[in-house]
Design a protein around this ligand. Structure first.
Ligand SMILES: NC(=O)N[C@H]1NC(=O)NC1=O
Ligand SMILES: [Zn+2]
Ligand SMILES: [Zn+2]
Length: 505
């Protein structure tokens, strides 16, 4: 017996050390995922503030968060006799709002992660109060146009995102007439499709024409998901000549190359197709969403008419069209180059009016960065530089600062940046501070100004190409919660990237 024991002793020792390390590590893993996803050590707590933005108005009171969800909302008057109910985080006068949802961001990962990337892009989002963003299917390589390429996206994003991230799939000529390929892509979870009616600037993302879009809409109808379209169709530009008067360093030269008639032509064509989205139409159940509207003239009038006649259509614009005007853009400052272009000050005024009156439904960043070399800042050639604005971290203070003149309210910010975007992407668990929804919340100080200079912690990968650098903005984000995890607090992120991949079901 003794003899036998001695023989198995080394084995027992091996087994027990194996078990010890196994349990040690698995408990470490558990600890790791709990504490590293959040800068808070608990997951049941109350957020209190004098100004909490809810769909029923701005209240003074408390929001109870438990295991990632909003479980109750209590007004101050009902809260008084209710102290000592666990952890309380009091934000005083700071504003508590639903997390922003950016339905239009290019994170370029995988394939061009040196342009942006999931870690940097979602850290910037968290620092800017964005709790969910939807990643565009192009600028990454390969473009997200199939189940296989979506899988690459998901692999690149997994464990690398600090906020929740959903995905648009691409509608391109290669898949447009292949219903089973589109159905597979939609079944794999893209929230909808995106296409271009002009060259996208990316070789493996060619533009679509009306017949591709018609096919796409009929497949989307079955899934009740939207088609997002970059609405510009190239027209012969009568008013543009390549001569000495058209110096490519002048912004006005670039502006002439993409007149409003490009947007108008695209929207006119799209609206003939979106007729089919009505009741009894061949694409009933599908929805058309126009991305980054810049033309506040005929294009907007066409959209208003279509909405009035009951088409399932929405439209977004971006902060850069609301903040800047063509007149102010200096020679050679290609940070401002984007498509469609930033137009004149009168156009900007009319965009604000349309937004305030509800003719423009929502806002998005169209954060579309690149390598600084491709912005050609030294050469300053507007015709050759990469078109795209870098703004992801700043969209809230930009909207707020430039909106002051128009009396923009906190409720309007929540409508444009949270509530309507949540509806577009079909996620009713998000988009408002309401019982039962995810605790996607951020806290900010609307009256605190800050300079966008090198002292500011900036998380987008290439701050130097952002048109907002060098300006002063109002509205400082203090903290951001994603599903109850405190993912960002005053210059610090949670150590683990625990955002969720958002797939359509
Ligand atoms: N490919 C790409 O990101 N293009 C975007 N950039 C821009 O300014 N407008 C766009 O559509
Ligand atoms: Zn676009
Ligand atoms: Zn875009």
């Amino acid at each position: 017996m003794d003899h036998f024991l001695w023989r198995i002793l080394p084995l027992l020792a091996l087994l027990s050390s194996f078990l010890y390390f196994y349990f040690q590590n698995s408990s470490k893993l558990l600890q790791f995922s709990h504490s590293d996803c959040s800068l808070l050590p608990y997951n049941h707590y109350w957020i209190t503030s004098k100004s909490i933005v809810t769909p029923r108005g701005v209240i003074s009171g408390a929001v109870e968060v438990k295991e990632g969800n909003i479980v109750s909302i209590v007004k101050e008057e009902d809260w008084q006799g209710n102290s000592k109910r666990g952890h309380i985080i009091d934000y005083g006068e700071a504003v508590v709002m639903p997390g922003l949802i950016d339905v239009h961001a290019h994170l370029d990962d995988p394939g061009r992660a040196e342009w942006e990337g999931f870690p940097s892009g979602t850290k910037a989002a968290a620092a800017g109060g964005i709790t969910m963003l939807i990643d565009m299917p192009l600028n990454n390589f390969p473009s997200t146009v199939s189940v296989e390429t979506l899988r690459l996206k998901l692999e690149a994003a997994e464990k690398n995102i600090y906020v929740d991230v959903g995905f648009w799939g691409g509608l391109v000529p290669e898949n447009a007439f292949n219903a089973s390929s589109l159905e597979a892509l939609l079944s794999a979870g893209v929230l909808g499709l995106k296409s271009f009616m002009c060259p996208s600037g990316i070789n493996d993302f060619p533009m679509t024409n009306a017949s591709h879009i018609k096919e796409g809409l009929s497949v989307l109808a079955k899934f009740r998901r939207p088609l997002l379209v970059h609405a510009e169709i190239q027209q012969d530009s009568e008013n543009y000549l390549e001569d000495d008067a058209n110096d490519p360093r002048h912004y006005s030269t670039y502006l002439k190359t993409r007149p409003p008639s490009w947007e108008e032509a695209a929207i006119r064509e799209l609206l003939t197709l979106s007729k089919d989205t009505g009741i009894g139409g061949s694409a009933e159940g599908a929805h058309l969403h126009i991305v980054h509207l810049s033309d506040s003239g005929s294009s907007l009038q066409l959209l208003k008419q279509a909405k009035r006649s009951g088409d399932s259509v929405t439209v977004e614009t971006c902060p850069h069209y609301l903040a800047f005007s063509a007149e102010e853009i200096e020679d050679g400052d290609t940070r401002f180059k984007c498509a469609p272009p930033i137009r004149n000050a009168a156009n900007r005024e009319a965009l604000w009016k349309a937004l305030l009156e509800g003719d423009i439904d929502m806002l998005s960043s169209d954060h579309s960065p690149t390598m600084p070399e491709l912005k050609l800042l030294n050469e300053g050639n507007f015709l050759k530089a990469w078109g795209g604005i870098s703004s992801l971290q700043f969209v809230l203070p930009v909207t707020w600062s430039y909106g002051q003149k128009y009396g923009v309210t906190l409720e309007q910010l929540a409508l444009w940046w949270s509530e309507r975007p949540a509806k577009l992407v079909g996620k009713d668990s998000k988009g408002a501070i309401e019982v039962g929804k995810h605790a996607d919340i951020f806290v900010w100080e609307p009256n605190t100004d800050f300079d966008l200079n090198d002292d500011l912690p900036i998380y987008i990968k290439h701050p130097s190409i952002s048109a907002y650098m060098g300006t002063k903005l109002s509205g400082k984000v203090l903290t951001t919660f994603v599903r109850g995890n405190l993912v960002y607090k005053e210059g610090k992120h949670a150590s683990a990237a625990c955002g969720s991949l958002i797939l359509a079901k």
